[in-house]
Design a protein around this ligand. Structure first.
Ligand SMILES: Nc1ncnc2c1ncn2[C@@H]1O[C@H](COP(=O)(O)OP(=O)(O)OP(=O)(O)O)[C@@H](O)[C@H]1O
Ligand SMILES: [Mg+2]
Length: 285
């Protein structure tokens, strides 16, 4: 008797909580992919109504994000013409002491504009999630930079499969390893398996970053005084892009100074579990 009551109770409970699990998974997925397909608007009335509301919300979020991106791209694009006009006029200035700093500033503005355009065009949400071997991806990033003359070492297991977006991960990791080489002479990449994903650390031997400034370096165009010299050209968007990509994949990037000197950047990357959402969707529709 007790067993049958328990079985019936478990069945009822499962039927009640099933849609909730489904919505939780859908909300989780929306957080990392605003282009995810709409929920099916089938099932009992309450579920149908909630699914419709969820789909409308997803539509509004997507339009809002797309409008902002289009605005940033339009501003960056339209700034190109006046900057070129200013450069042509500045080149006419006879006094080199006045002309050169103006030309340098204009050059920096041109770089910022083209980096902003690149950032606005980034749309890795459209990249499909797939099974990838983190180790070969890390090795590829290291090899590309080594070919360009940098010192990059890699440590980790032979293979480490995760579900993620290879182009986005590679782009983020490249930005971070480039920094380690640029500001810290050489990079040592360590890859470790973590519950539900991987952790990638990138160590360098540079000056590190004062703790009070560690949050700021992720802001767009923020560059610290030690890196504004000729030798370390940049726009200050590398880390902004890297963190927004990794967060888009459900992970995060943190920085800390190493006891031995230099900076350690840690990327935590979860392995995407999209399959359970599809299973729930199949069950409910
Ligand atoms: N490994 C590092 N060691 C010391 N300082 C660093 C390191 N990585 C980043 N920084 C500081 O953080 C700032 C922001 O880095 P970020 O990668 O966003 O921009 P950037 O390297 O200046 O330009 P780019 O857009 O070309 O990457 C850098 O200008 C530098 O001051
Ligand atoms: Mg950089």
């Amino acid at each position: 008797m007790l067993t049958s009551v328990l079985v019936v109770a478990a069945w009822v409970l499962q039927r009640w909580t099933q849609p909730l699990t489904y919505f939780a998974a859908a909300a989780e997925r929306l957080g990392t992919d605003i282009h995810s397909p709409p929920l099916s608007e089938n099932g009992p009335l309450e579920v149908r109504t909630a699914a419709k509301a969820f789909n409308r919300m997803q539509d509004r979020v997507r339009r809002l994000v797309e409008d902002r991106i289009a605005l940033a791209a339009a501003i960056a694009h339209d700034l190109g013409t006046p900057i070129t006009r200013l450069r042509l006029r500045a080149e006419e200035i006879g006094d080199a002491e006045i002309r050169e700093p103006i030309l340098q500033d204009l050059q920096q503005m041109r770089r910022m504009v083209s980096a902003t355009l690149g950032f606005a065009r980034l749309d890795f949400t459209a990249e499909p999630t797939e099974m990838l071997d983190v180790m070969s991806l890390v090795q590829r990033v290291a090899d590309d930079l080594s070919d360009a003359g940098a010192e990059v070492a890699v440590n980790g297991p032979k293979r480490l499969p995760v579900r993620s977006k290879p182009v986005a991960v590679q782009r983020a990791l490249t930005n971070i390893v480039e920094n380690a080489v640029k500001y810290g002479n050489r990079a040592r990449i360590n890859v470790t398996e973590r519950a539900g994903g991987v952790e990638i650390t990138v160590d360098d031997e540079g000056p590190g970053i004062p703790e009070a400034l560690q949050a700021e370096i992720f802001e767009p165009f923020r560059r610290l005084p030690h890196s504004t010299g000729e030798a370390t050209e940049g726009t200050g968007l590398g880390l902004t892009v890297a963190r927004s990509l990794i967060r888009g994949l459900g992970g995060d990037i943190t920085v800390a100074n190493r006891a031995a000197g230099g900076l350690r950047v840690t990327i935590s990357l979860p392995s995407f579990g999209e399959t359970h959402l599809r299973e729930w969707a199949a069950q409910i529709s």
